[in-house]
Design a protein around this ligand. Structure first.
Ligand code: ADP
Length: 191
């Protein structure tokens, strides 16, 4: 089983690219952001809890996020691969993921990080807000906070997997097709 972590700051294009990877490789796409939005849309207890953090641009606590991720992975016992998008975002989440996979005699295959300029990110997210209806996208101070949280808590995840020789950074600038081709070049040799 292949487990790819699609990594990068908010607005770096992970969701867009994940859809293309699913189409080519047939892996299961798990986006913790999408899962939280589904829960919030249905006003579930989990959604209501998550909203307290997401609306401020903070991370949802690890225990909540990890439990949700584990449930989702366990729903797909026969998956040939997973594309994780937006998870792990902390070292604790990375350790929990490694433990989950090792319980399945598996491990993270590779982390691929999309590198995008900070100002480009802010502009992309504000543009996305015009159609996404996401409240956390429409306020620049919340966007900036998400970027700060990414720098202070999430970039360490890149180093965590780099220590295991699993991290790779590619450019997330340019056209959507160009970025997809860069990802295919990284992933094809793993299949
Ligand atoms: P983006 O990458 O554009 O910030 P996401 O859709 O991935 O958007 O996530 C939206 C929000 O959901 C995040 O700002 C955070 O509050 C919450 N969230 C998503 N994934 C996680 C995670 N792994 N750990 C904690 N919080 C998360």
């Amino acid at each position: 089983m292949i487990t790819l972590i699609l990594f990068g700051p908010p607005g770096s294009g992970k969701g867009t690219q994940a859809a293309r990877l699913v189409e080519k490789y047939g892996f299961i796409h798990i986006s913790t952001g999408d899962l939280f939005r589904y829960e919030m849309g249905n006003d579930t207890p989990l959604g209501l809890k998550a909203k307290e953090y997401i609306s401020k641009g903070e991370l949802v606590p690890d225990a909540i996020t990890v439990g949700m991720l584990e449930n989702k992975v366990n729903q797909h016992p026969d998956a040939k691969g997973f594309i994780l998008d937006g998870f792990p975002r902390t070292i604790a989440q990375s350790e929990a993921l490694d433990a989950l996979l090792s319980g399945k005699n598996s491990e993270v295959t590779k982390l691929i990080a999309l590198d995008v300029d900070e100002e480009e990110i802010v502009q992309r997210i504000l543009k996305r807000a015009e159609t996404s209806g996401r409240k956390d996208d429409s306020d620049e101070s919340i966007i900036r906070n998400r970027i700060e949280v990414y720098k202070s808590e999430t970039t360490a995840v890149f180093d965590y997997y780099a220590d295991k020789n699993k991290s790779k950074q590619i450019s997330g600038m340019g056209s959507i097709d160009e970025i997809t081709d860069r990802l295919f070049s990284e992933i094809d040799p793993l299949i």
